[in-house]
Design a binder for this molecule. Structure first.
Ligand code: 2P0
Length: 326
């Protein structure tokens, strides 16, 4: 019997954002979201069952991790041990292929890859859709990294875990890409988890955010089906800014922006005014992501090189869904 699993999962960037949980234990979101999976950034994770071991071990990029990091994934792996009715401890070996200069969080690809590797190591028959509900409980955004291309994360109903899963959106032939403008790659001061909780509990704008995100989701799905890149970009940019707006309404206010983030946003607006469609989105950090057409990405990069260093500009095409590597 196989006792190991090795999987690759790519990271994703939300075009319609997830910012807030309605159930913190089950990682159930307040609103549905939609993302684009990127091929340039991914995690490879191997899980090997070690039935005689007394504890899980966790290596990240070849380095044995401490108790805190190991405990975090041990709790997550318990979900698979419970499902398989197999209490075996495991060895986890994970490699993040996210350029450190990109400053992108890797929890989405990390928990997606770990989910797939656990499924295979514990010999569980789980569909990709059900696997996405496991990944969700490691990190919400990991739900969407199970599939490639455009992916919706349906918020689901009430406290029903299985109803809150990823759905792939057919987007064949889309000429779409992303350019990351790395502004600051240091560790963020406020984690997403804490930032979103503070926003839900204190921002006067929060109910309006949820209502508007649901409308944006319907509109962007229509625009994707219609292959209307400009509309997709406009909705993406507006939705991201509304998320940052609702954070500014939190008490105390939350801002992940830095002066170079503002500069990058203005440059993209200028490039757009020159007739090249490109749109900004930002997550829980100061780095700026630019949604554009693949056919324009080098042109945009060349213009940005007047204001940013070459290693600040990282490009990616569309990534695929989770893959078993053996
Ligand atoms: C997203 N972000 O939709 C949003 C937009 C950041 C801003 O999902 O608490 O690491 O593990 O569920 O998924 C980042 O938050 O938070 C995130 P948890 P997660 O991509």
């Amino acid at each position: 019997m196989e006792n190991s699993g090795l999987c690759r999962a790519h990271t994703n960037i939300a075009l319609i954002k997830y910012w807030g949980k309605r159930d913190e234990n089950l990682f159930l979101p307040m609103n549905s979201s939609l993302s684009l999976t990127l091929d340039a950034f991914y995690t490879d994770t191997k899980v090997t069952l070690e039935p005689t071991a007394e504890a899980d071990t966790f290596y990240l990029n070849g380095v044995l991790q401490g108790e805190k990091e190991t405990q975090k994934i041990a709790n997550f792996i318990d979900l698979f041990r419970h499902e398989a009715n197999n209490n075996s401890r495991v060895k986890v070996e994970s490699y993040n292929h996210v350029p450190t200069a990109a400053g992108l969080a890797s929890s989405a690809s990390a928990f997606a890859a770990l989910s797939g590797a656990c499924r295979d190591a514990f010999n569980l028959e789980l569909s990709t859709e059900v696997l996405s509900t496991f990944a969700r409980r490691g990190s919400g955004s990991a739900t969407r990294s199970l599939y490639g291309g455009f992916v919706e994360w349906n918020k689901g109903i009430d406290h029903d875990s299985l109803s809150s899963h990823a759905i792939p959106i057919d987007a064949a032939d889309w000429d779409v890409a992303m350019l990351v403008i790395a502004v600051n790659t240091g560790e963020k001061k406020l984690s997403s988890r804490v930032g979103m909780k503070q926003t839900v509990e204190t921002s006067a704008f929060y109910p309006a955010w949820v209502e508007s995100a649901e409308k944006d989701l319907i509109a962007i799905k229509d625009a994707i089906q219609a292959q209307d890149f400009i509309r997709v970009g406009e909705i993406t940019e507006a939705n991201g800014m509304k998320m940052h707006g609702t954070m500014l309404g939190a008490i105390p206010p939350i801002s992940y922006w830095e002066p170079e983030s503002v500069k990058a946003f203005q440059k993209i607006q200028e490039i757009r005014a020159q007739g090249i469609p490109c749109y900004v989105t930002m997550d829980a950090g100061p780095n700026v992501k630019v949604l554009c057409q693949g056919s324009n990405i080098e042109k945009i990069k060349k213009i940005l090189l007047k204001d940013f260093k070459p290693d600040q500009l990282i490009t990616s095409g569309v990534g695929s869904g989770i893959q078993s590597l053996k």
